[in-house]
Design a protein around this ligand. Structure first.
Ligand code: 13P
Length: 252
């Protein structure tokens, strides 16, 4: 049985007091809701991690970061290392979000280093892949996603790969209000499993959690999550309102 996850990506939003109230509200709900085989992950800003950890029950909710440095430690002013993140008690880290690829020029090679460093520090990477609108219009989505996975993950041995969560986030769906249809998501998730199966094994491919992200909300989450190969979601805008995020959790 694959682990099902609803993960929040707060991005660069919330002052700390707002973030803590949001985490508390989600925790209050989750403590009274059956979540066997399921997990909630809140990927909060670096500044919020240590406070957020204090207000959630780790049995149901994990805290994650949204990025980490590609180097272990040293003279890299402004960077935050995987070791630092792990030392707070966080368990997850988003790697390769399209906003990092676009605004910070993170290449597959950089992301490969970040994946390695996260795993070395016992952080589970939530590794994001996805094509742009232009690439989809040219029917390049499979080629693009395959290359993203091959370049940053396929050097890993099986045990490490099993710790990675993959998030399919088509760039054209992020923050646009236009989500991938359940069929489009299912097609890509099945394709990703197939790519992994060819390189590793069917068992490994079947064991990996693959999330969908991009304009996922309480209205479309049920249809998306009910697809055979969709194991939950990575939620941006809709994760910033407790009531909305709780409705999404109910769809898992
Ligand atoms: P939205 O849910 O706001 O479209 O963002 C998705 C996302 O980027 C999650 O990482």
């Amino acid at each position: 049985m694959r682990l099902k996850i609803v993960a929040a990506n707060w991005k660069m939003n919330t002052r700390i007091e707002e973030g803590i109230i949001l985490a508390q509200k989600i925790n209050n709900f989750v403590e009274t809701y059956p979540l066997e085989g399921k997990r909630i992950v809140l990927c909060v800003p670096f500044t919020h991690i240590t406070e957020a950890i204090k207000v959630v029950n780790y049995k149901y909710i994990s805290i994650g970061a949204q990025n980490c440095a590609q180097w272990e430690k040293g003279a890299y002013t402004g960077e935050v290392s995987a070791e630092m993140i792990a030392s707070t008690g966080a368990h997850y880290v988003i790697i390769g979000h399209s906003e990092r690829r676009k605004y910070f020029g993170e290449s597959d090679e950089v992301l490969k280093n970040k994946v390695n460093i996260s795993l070395k520090n016992a952080l589970r990477p939530i590794f994001c892949v996805g094509e742009t609108l232009e690439e989809r219009e040219k029917s390049l989505q499979y080629k693009v996603v395959k290359a993203q996975i091959e370049n940053a993950l396929f050097h890993l041995d099986e045990d490490f790969l099993l710790k990675v969560v993959i998030a399919y986030e088509p760039v054209w769906a992020i923050g646009t209000g236009v989500n991938a249809t359940p069929e489009q998501a299912q097609e890509m998730h099945a394709y990703i499993r197939n790519v992994i199966s060819e390189k590793y094994s069917e068992y490994i491919a079947d064991s990996i959690t693959i999330l969908y992200g991009g304009s996922c909300n309480s209205t479309n989450a049920k249809d998306l999550f009910s697809q055979k190969d969709v194991d939950g979601g990575l939620i941006g805008g809709a994760s910033l309102k407790a009531d909305e995020f709780i409705e999404i959790i109910k769809c898992l």
